[in-house]
Design a protein around this ligand. Sequence first.
Ligand SMILES: [Zn+2]
Ligand SMILES: [Zn+2]
Length: 295
Amino acid sequence: MLTPLLYDSHMHTPLCKHASGEPEDYAAVAEKRNLRGIVITCHSPHPGDNYDFRWRMSETQFDDYLALVDRASRAWAGRVDVLLGLECDYFPGHEPWLTRLLARGDFHYVLGSVHPDTEEYRAAYGDGRAKGTPYDREGALQLQRAYFGHLADAAESGLFDCLTHPDLVKNETAAEWQVERILDDIRAALDRIARTGIAMELNTSGLHKRIPEMLPGPAILAEIAARGIPMVLGSDSHDPGRVGADFERALDLLEAAGHRTVSVFRRHQRTDIPIPAARASLTPILAAAPALGHD
Ligand SMILES: [Zn+2]
Ligand SMILES: [Zn+2]
């Protein structure tokens, strides 16, 4: 077996109320996949405990979260590197609160995410239609433009190491998603993102969503490669069986889009790994469990 190189840098815990399995269970799958480590990145609390509270830990659980990851990290020391991370929603106005929250933990890696399906996001940036009503063309374009603008704002906030699932809005506006229609806005956002030095994620859970492709899709991956933005792999596992899921396919997609390396983070420091070496280090698994329907 070759020296493990890769991390799976996106996964959850039961504290977010829609994931199963303890961090130790995720580490056990990582060892089978010959991963060097995993980053636990559960959904962060947000101010007032009202924002999207059904899908995340409350602020009062934050210390439990730190202790949970620390416990797994100690249990697996020397075998699988279990790192403390967090998936934070970027929502305009929450930056000072998030800055204080992030100071409470010794994080290795912080994901910035924009979730266009939350009630709060829809109320602020959607066109007012009821949840579950598909967007028409105009409403979809409005939401897509807001989304990519906020991704760039998230990069410029300086709070995050990486932007996660960076075209998630396509699933919220699936009937009206045509990447060519919004490509000028995406290019402008990626120009801003590239200037900050932040990384972006290729999220393999997209294969199980409404538009069954990884996040982002191939056209955006190529635009990212053209700008030299580093890419990190994340399974976005909400159950242990998906740790490292579809990473070989993800590496193929990165290469096809023009990327030569894949990146991992530790202590907020990025290491770039040549894709062939990353691919050779993985131990194949026969089948991954299906993803849950949340991101
Ligand atoms: Zn997410
Ligand atoms: Zn989730």
